[in-house]
Design a protein around this ligand. Structure first.
Ligand code: TYM
Length: 346
């Protein structure tokens, strides 16, 4: 495969409260990647409307996710921070990819099945097509690396399949037009760290999620210290003390989850955490986890509140990001149109 310029892309939906899973599985890692890569971080508002959103609330949430990016440490001067609907190339490429992706591929997507539930006939076509738009998000920039939580793994495999099929279907034109062997990179998913899948605080077998009806199941980025403390103290555990080795976390999903959260918040491994807390009772461990979570999340929540109070500033960041994003995507999509054989205005 030809060498592509290394570029990171990832997105977060502006739907409901951002929680510790979004932070540890994604946003915290976005911040770290800025040191090594050029990065684009997108508030995916087109994805949000695959289920109905109250318009005023959607506007608020777009600004709130942007504030979370900035409060967590994404530097908008260095990374491109924008919302998807301001860059028309996402929707445009999604249409072309709709004609590349196969029905059979989308029929296998487990997230659609979960989200559509029993009432599949009543789900929007957008919800079904959601992963194709994700592929367009990534490939409009020919991004090579995508940091996400584990729940996005299947969607990123579909992105790779779409890139591969486009490269094969149009191999002749791609070569003729001077792009070499392949126009799109086969994107590398970056899923990892101790918190690739943060679980509910009420049930260690269920993912921490925005849509869980119980607010005690998750720590929201906007929770205050008291809220964080109460939720950690109420978190489900078993009766045993913590083990000294990670093997002892097997079949103890709640213990495993809290140890993973501690590790990710503190930038260490589960092994390191157990070296310190092996043999400890949960009461003591939870006390330490409360202190750590409040120390790490408190300043982010406070900065988010400060930022959302100034929507003019947030909107200016998004406008600047959108212009920079479009400057990368526009020539790529123009090349795609030539490859497909469209006649375009020159
Ligand atoms: P979204 O908005 O559901 O979640 C944003 C990010 O948070 C991660 N995440 C978690 N990580 C660990 N534990 C959890 N419990 C947890 N819950 C959520 C998600 O994996 C994600 O990385 N489809 C995407 C948004 C998207 C996107 C993209 C991502 C649209 N286009 C292109 C990457 C590239 C989504 O719904 O994320």
């Amino acid at each position: 495969m030809p060498a592509f310029k290394e570029l990171v892309f990832s997105g977060v939906q502006p739907t409901g409260n951002l929680h510790l899973g979004n932070y540890l599985g994604a946003i915290k890692r976005f911040v770290a990647m800025q040191a090594q890569f050029d990065c684009l971080y997108c508030v995916v508002d087109l994805h949000a409307i695959t289920v109905w959103q109250d318009p005023a609330e959607l506007t608020r949430q777009i600004r709130e996710v942007t504030a979370a990016f900035l409060a967590a440490g994404i530097d908008p001067a260095r990374s491109v921070v924008f919302n998807q609907s301001q860059v028309p190339q996402h929707a445009e490429l999604a249409w072309i990819f709709n004609c590349v992706a196969r029905l059979g591929w989308l029929n296998r997507m487990t997230q659609f099945k979960e989200k559509a539930g029993k009432d599949r006939e009543n789900a929007s076509i957008g919800l079904y097509d959601y992963p194709v738009l994700m592929a367009a998000d990534i490939l409009a920039y020919r991004a090579t690396h995508v940091p996400v939580g584990e729940d996005q793994k299947q969607h990123l495999e579909l992105t790779r399949d779409i890139a591969q099929k486009f490269n094969n279907d149009f191999a002749g034109a791609i070569q003729q037009q001077g792009h070499g062997e392949a126009f799109f990179p086969i994107t590398e998913p970056l899923i990892g760290g101790p918190a690739a899948r943060v679980m509910s605080l009420r049930d260690g077998t269920k993912k921490m999620s925005k849509s869980d009806p119980s607010d005690y199941s998750r720590i929201n980025l906007t929770d205050d210290s008291d809220g964080i403390a109460t939720k950690v103290r109420k978190a489900k555990t078993d009766a045993e003390p913590l083990p000294s080795e990670t093997a002892g976390l097997e079949k103890r999903p709640e213990a495993d989850n809290l140890v993973g959260i501690f590790a990710a918040l503190n930038d260490v491994s589960r092994e390191d955490v157990l070296r310190e807390y092996g043999g400890a009772q949960f009461s003591a461990f939870k006390g330490a986890l409360v202190d750590l979570a409040v120390a790490k999340l408190g300043p982010i929540g406070a900065e988010m509140k400060r930022l959302v109070a100034d929507p003019g500033h947030i909107d200016a960041v998004l406008a600047d990001g959108a212009a920079r994003a479009e400057a990368i995507a526009a020539p790529n999509i123009a090349a795609v149109k030539d490859i497909v054989g469209f006649v375009r205005r020159r």
